[in-house]
Design a protein around this ligand. Structure first.
Ligand SMILES: *Cc1c(COP(=O)(O)O)cnc(C)c1O
Length: 333
């Protein structure tokens, strides 16, 4: 196992990302503050380049390639945002990129990856092993594999979002971050323990894919079947070898929320804050809403991790909810 990244690695990543990643805004909402009786600070990585924080980790990792690695190229496997992030970062750095993506990934993500000049290799996420496909490809073609979360440079890069948040708003009492494989959460944990040691840090997963919660509570990594959830950015089966020990050491708890709660948050962000957030990006806020009592009067950070969602899918998700409400109210009549 390679060495765990430390806070200094996040600081070094922030230097590499200067002028390359957007410094995303921290938004406030009076409505959200009123609902929770707390002060909320939303770090909006849905406004990051390619629409999610993943650009940070990808660019940091690729900018550390030596000349040979740059020439031969990078390979990756991803359910979407990491793919786009690698494709974009590779294009900016002049590195050829090959991405292994699930056949049923949102079309917007496949198109965007190709649009950034990435070569896309499709696979079936329910029957094939993407890591194996990625590894074989990398070996055959001499490519350097950059996985979506279990890599020290990726973790350090993802931590820069929280670094900016603390720089901008100062200490917080609690911070909520989406959790898939744990790149974002472990990077955030390194920053939180360095910058705001007293701050409670929570990782949030979709209830259908609670491998992180099981692992956190049992002290052992747990592997689950591919979860079925609308939070496609968190459809991971287990935490990483690097991300797990950091999360175990530095995170206060791992929480879960339902897909319905995610749709409610998407509606809140769209209607109240006028921002488009993908289902996975809503995990943090959904958990904060469910912890209202504990958070009253507190300063609470929420990482909004991304905004890549097909507009047609958005319509379906909102519409379905509308229809359920209609059914519920007509049933009550
Ligand atoms: C990848 C991703 C996550 C989960 O990040 P991990 O580093 O895998 O835990 C959360 N939200 C969005 C939008 C993502 O793209």
């Amino acid at each position: 196992m390679s060495a765990l990244p430390i806070f200094d690695d996040v600081l070094a990543a922030a230097e590499r990302l200067r002028g390359q990643a957007h410094r995303t805004p921290v938004l406030r909402s009076r409505t959200a503050d009123a609902e929770l009786g707390a002060e909320l600070f939303f770090k909006c990585e849905n406004f990051q380049r390619m629409g999610a924080f993943k650009f940070r980790g990808a660019f940091n990792a690729l900018s550390r390639f030596d000349a040979g690695q740059r020439k031969r190229g990078v390979a990756s496997f991803s359910s979407g945002n990491h793919a786009q992030a690698i494709a974009l970062a590779a294009r900016l750095l002049g590195i050829p990129a090959t991405i292994v993506m699930p056949k049923d990934a949102p079309q917007i993500k496949i198109d965007a990856t190709r649009g950034y000049g990435g070569r896309v290799v499709l696979y079936d996420r329910y029957t094939e092993d993407r890591e194996q496909i990625g590894r074989d490809l990398a070996e055959r073609e001499g490519l350097t594999l950059i996985p979506p979360f279990d890599h020290a440079d990726v973790i350090a890069g993802q931590g820069t979002a929280a670094l900016e948040l603390f720089e901008e708003v100062g200490p917080l009492d609690a911070l909520f971050a989406p959790l898939g494989g744990g790149g974002l959460l472990s990077g955030t944990a390194l920053v939180t323990r360095a910058r705001a040691p007293q701050c409670k840090l929570y990782g949030v997963e979709p209830a259908a894919g609670d491998d992180g919660q099981q692992a956190f509570r049992s002290g052992q990594r747990v592997k689950i079947d591919m979860p079925r959830t609308i939070a496609d950015g968190a459809q991971t089966q287990q935490l990483g070898e690097l991300t797990f020990p950091i999360i175990r050491r530095d995170v206060d708890d791992v929480l879960t929320v339902s897909d319905d709660e995610l749709v409610d948050c998407m509606r809140f962000f769209a209607s109240r804050m006028k921002i488009i957030v993908e289902p996975t990006g809503c995990l943090g806020f959904a958990a904060a809403r469910a912890m209202k009592e504990e958070l009253r009067g507190r300063r609470v950070g929420v990482l909004i991790s991304g905004g890549n969602v097909d507009v047609a899918r958005l319509g379906t998700l909102f519409g379905m909810h509308e229809i359920e409400q209609l059914n519920a109210s007509s049933g009550a009549r």
